[in-house]
Design a protein around this ligand. Structure first.
Ligand code: V47
Ligand code: SF4
Length: 381
């Protein structure tokens, strides 16, 4: 019986798509032109089959998740990204909050005795919060719970912190690392290309600045993630430019763990007139990202943004990670219009979601060390 990749090769709609399928079978990198051809002409079934071939070659049926919780220190932000439904600056002044260090430690303490492995700290850029504040926070989290992996701060927050403290990126990163910061989330990347960035996120760190912060973190031995906010005003060329910059950096450092496409949601922000992408386009993007980013070990669907059922569907389009149980799953998405209003998904629900589509649920830590294989096991939450 021919394999699905051989069927792709024999049924490709034209020579260019056939050549791409042959490259995927051979494990050869595709070019930017190939990627554009996939965006323009690759059917959902075609790109899905190629991406699934890569996903199964890398990970078999394994689908990773982790047990984490989020802390959002503040929704006050000095920047004014047009897509943001979260920042207090967006006509929600009465909804602004800022947490003290003690309040954030109380959140950490509320997980005492629970088998959580990661805290994810991301918020707005508050003019009062600075290096000293976050160093104290990280140190106190470590002192209370040394086994918890601290993943925190987008390059946007870091860029602001370092500039305010008059530190170079290297000095600032080193200080945070010394305090106990272990890895960086992928937020703030949006679309790197200035034709888009200057319109949707004009006043925060540039694409080059974002890449430099992640490169510096990698050189200091930290792992990081990368996101791309897609499905708004960007063209396919902008997505390819974004992914090429990530692929080039990954070739130099191998510091990225996972790529996380973030679907633009259009409620309660200055871009509400921009329609959201269709589910077909979402799945095509996941698949094409899996094919193009050949040096990224993992592709993550962030379920609070995409919705549970679509996250489940993405497991057939290259995705091998659906993030975590995410208690307090984040205000940023429910405000932006994600249908996911429920605060968390239990481990049982996550495991069921993965098993329903015949994949193997594997609990991981932040660095993808395997903690539990739930393929044949029941869950005790
Ligand atoms: O950079 C803001 C996005 C990001 C909207 O590394 C929006 O594991 C869609 O960093 N529609 C922050 N997206 C979130 C983030 C993150 C999330 C999940 C996992 C990880 C990780 C990191 O949220 C921002 C921006 O791209 N965002 N507004 C919106 N309306
Ligand atoms: Fe601030 Fe982030 Fe919102 Fe931009 S996306 S306004 S940086 S909170």
């Amino acid at each position: 019986m021919p394999s699905s990749i051989d069927i792709c090769i024999s049924s490709a709609a034209n020579d260019q798509l056939r050549t791409i399928a042959e490259k995927v079978k051979a494990g050869t990198r595709i070019s930017d032109e190939d990627c554009l051809a996939l965006f323009n002409n690759g059917s959902l079934g075609f790109v899905g089959a190629l991406a699934n071939h890569i996903r199964e070659k890398l990970h078999g049926d394994k689908t990773y998740f982790n047990r984490n919780f989020h802390i959002e220190p503040t929704n006050v932000c000095v920047f004014s990204c047009k897509f943001c439904s979260y920042s207090q600056l967006y006509a929600h002044k009465e909804e602004g909050w800022e947490l003290s260090i003690d309040q954030m430690l109380d959140i950490v303490k509320s997980y005492d005795g629970k088998p959580i492995t990661e805290v994810h700290i991301v918020g707005g850029v508050h003019p009062k919060m600075n290096m000293a504040y976050f160093i104290e926070l990280i140190q106190k989290i470590h002192a209370h719970r040394p086994d918890l992996h601290v993943k925190g701060f987008t390059a946007v927050e870091l860029d602001y912190m370092f500039r305010k403290a008059k530190l170079t990126v290297e000095e600032g990163m080193q200080q945070l690392k010394d305090a106990g910061l272990q890895s960086l989330p992928g937020g703030g990347a949006e679309i790197f290309h200035p034709e888009v960035r200057d319109i949707i996120a004009a006043d925060k760190v540039s694409g080059e600045g974002w890449l430099n912060i992640h490169e510096t973190a990698h050189r200091l031995g930290m792992h990081t993630n990368a996101t791309m906010l897609y499905g708004h005003i960007e063209k396919y060329e902008h997505r390819i430019d974004h992914m090429r910059k990530l692929r080039d950096l990954q070739d130099r450092t191998h510091g990225f763990n996972t790529f996380i496409p973030l679907k633009f949601r259009n409620s309660n922000n200055d871009m509400s007139d921009v329609p959201e992408s269709t589910i077909t386009e979402d799945m095509r993007l996941y698949a094409i990202a899996r094919i193009y980013l050949d040096n990224f070990p993992h592709l993550k669907a962030y379920w609070p943004m995409l919705g549970r059922q679509n996250a489940q569907l993405s497991l057939s389009f290259g995705v091998n990670d659906i993030d975590g149980t995410i208690d307090d799953s984040t205000k940023i998405y429910s405000m932006a219009g994600s249908e996911e209003q429920t605060p968390a998904m239990s481990t049982t629900e996550l495991v069921t979601l993965i098993k329903q589509v015949k994949r193997r649920p594997i609990e991981r830590d932040t660095l993808y060390n395997e903690i539990n294989d739930y393929t044949f096991e029941a869950v005790n939450n």
